[in-house]
Design a binder for this molecule. Structure first.
Ligand SMILES: Nc1nc2c(c(=O)[nH]1)N[C@H]1C(S)=C(S)[C@@H](COP(=O)(O)OP(=O)(O)OC[C@H]3O[C@@H](n4cnc5c(N)ncnc54)[C@H](O)[C@@H]3O)O[C@H]1N2
Ligand code: MOO
Ligand SMILES: [Mg+2]
Length: 421
């Protein structure tokens, strides 16, 4: 009992940044697996990607037209076109058969290999095709002079062999998919997604399908957290909500640790009589990393290691759970999949309202940004209380307000952490 009282009231506080440091050293990288490229969206690469060939790997025409020798058409104009002999037609995907000599041209399509001897391509609109009686022979009139190199992408003009293209740990999005496909990754080595068990604690919680009962509420945090897990790239597993019973909570967590890579709980971390996580940490046989963070909401956020796995215990108030997840759990899920910079990145915006409340600890206010006349402005997404659930949906960032007494005036620049959507 004395221990748990100490844990409740005698907690030593760490900063958000110190909490980050203590978390990263205890995170385990996930194993890797190969997934089909079409299923790799949002996954994190387990290897760096280098070019194993040049792009393009042949001299590529950028337009539909005629491949020519620029010197041959140096005097060409609409009034005085230059006539060239057409040697062949080159569709995309076929190799030219003939070298372009003086006085010759080849009809060529966008994306096709430029024949040897040619050093420019003239757009079709600048030409007149004459005597096109056979597919391979004809005469063309060129009505415009173009400089050497026109409309040709040289070999390696986009990417040279050996070039580093994507870092290990980067998330696969549309641009990465294009690169991976270009270099033949039909299957992509990625980190496995961490399986994240989500427990809400509290005897007041009703399952979502249950009718309301006096004094009881439906469990909303588990679903909110599950979607946050998905957005961060993990696999959420919503576990049955736990009553305020230490033995039951301990047993459920120990069982979950057998299959989950990471456990998140919400509720039961404050100083209340039934705050079970505090009781549990009081007799914890693992490593307690922190149990108080200098932040609002979520001051009693706690983290512990048990058998090399991480347990993050978030405050039960919905706003505190949401913010605690974004500051700590999301980064952990990203780091477990090799993300090099998993923590929120700070940018800035101008505060769009007076914010009256000072705070003993830095505040991480759920915020909504907008751009007006090119200026990024931000304001709280709703009533800024950690018990308020309904405005979480409007938050696209966290506004970081430093600790201090006086509040903040409209128009001051503030630090903002954008939330991944
Ligand atoms: N004497 C003090 N009381 C409180 C303090 C304090 O410093 N001294 N801190 C307050 C702050 S701040 C927070 S945040 C909460 C933290 O509470 P717990 O983490 O112990 O969470 P609970 O007591 O279990 O629940 C708090 C609140 O949130 C509701 N809740 C919990 N789980 C869910 C869920 N899954 N879905 C929806 N809502 C949930 C719960 O019903 C309570 O209303 O403590 C303050 N008190
Ligand atoms: O610290 Mo409580 O977690 O503000 O909302
Ligand atoms: Mg409580």
């Amino acid at each position: 009992m004395t221990d748990s009282i100490n844990l409740k009231f005698g907690r030593s506080v760490v900063t958000v940044e110190q909490a980050w440091e203590s978390l990263v050293v205890h995170l385990n990288r996930m194993e890797t697996e190969h997934v089909p490229l079409a299923s790799a969206f949002g996954r994190r690469l387990a290897v760096p990607v280098h070019a194993d060939h040049d792009v393009p790997h042949f001299r590529r025409s950028g337009v539909d037209g005629y491949a020519v020798r620029a010197a041959d058409i140096g005097q060409a104009s609409f009034e005085c076109p230059v006539t060239l002999q057409v040697t062949e037609h080159i569709p995309s995907g076929t190799m030219p058969q003939q070298t372009i000599g003086p006085g010759m041209a080849a009809r060529i399509m966008t994306g096709a290999p430029v024949p040897d001897g040619a050093d420019a391509v003239v757009m079709l609109e600048m030409t007149d095709c004459l005597m096109e009686d056979s597919p391979s022979v004809g005469i063309v009139q060129i009505k415009k002079a173009v400089p050497t190199g026109s409309n040709i992408t040289p070999v390696a003009g986009e990417v040279g062999v050996g070039e580093h293209l994507i870092k290990q740990g980067e998330r696969v999005g549309p641009g990465e998919a294009a690169i991976l496909a270009t270099f033949g990754y039909s299957h992509v080595p990625v980190y496995k997604k961490p399986v994240v068990a989500i427990f809400s604690t509290g005897s007041e919680l009703l399952n979502v399908e249950k009718p309301l009962q006096p004094g009881r509420i439906r469990n909303s945090n588990s679903y909110m957290l599950a979607f946050q897990v998905e957005a961060a790239g993990g696999v959420p597993v919503i576990m049955p909500a736990l009553p305020d019973d230490v033995a039951e909570v301990k047993q459920a967590l120990e069982r979950a640790f057998e299959s989950a890579d990471f456990i998140i709980t919400s509720g039961g971390v404050s100083v209340g009589d039934y705050d079970v996580l505090v009781e549990l940490f009081g007799r914890w046989d693992g490593n307690l990393l922190f149990n108080k963070v200098s932040m609002r909401p979520g001051t009693p956020t706690s983290a512990a290691i048990w058998k090399e796995k991480l347990l993050l215990a978030l405050s039960g108030n919905p706003g505190a759970s949401f913010v605690g997840f974004e500051l700590f759990a999301g980064p952990c899920i990203r780091a477990m999949q090799g993300c090099e910079q998993p923590f929120p990145v700070e940018s800035s915006a101008y505060l769009d309202i007076d914010y009256g409340k000072g705070s003993a600890y830095p505040r991480y206010v759920r915020g909504t940004t907008r751009v007006e006349d090119g200026v990024r402005k931000v304001q709280p997404a709703g009533i800024d209380k950690s018990s308020i659930m309904v405005s979480i949906k409007d938050a696209d960032c966290l506004i970081k307000l430093p600790a201090g007494g006086g509040g903040f005036r409209k128009g001051v620049p503030v630090a903002v952490y954008s939330l991944e959507s």
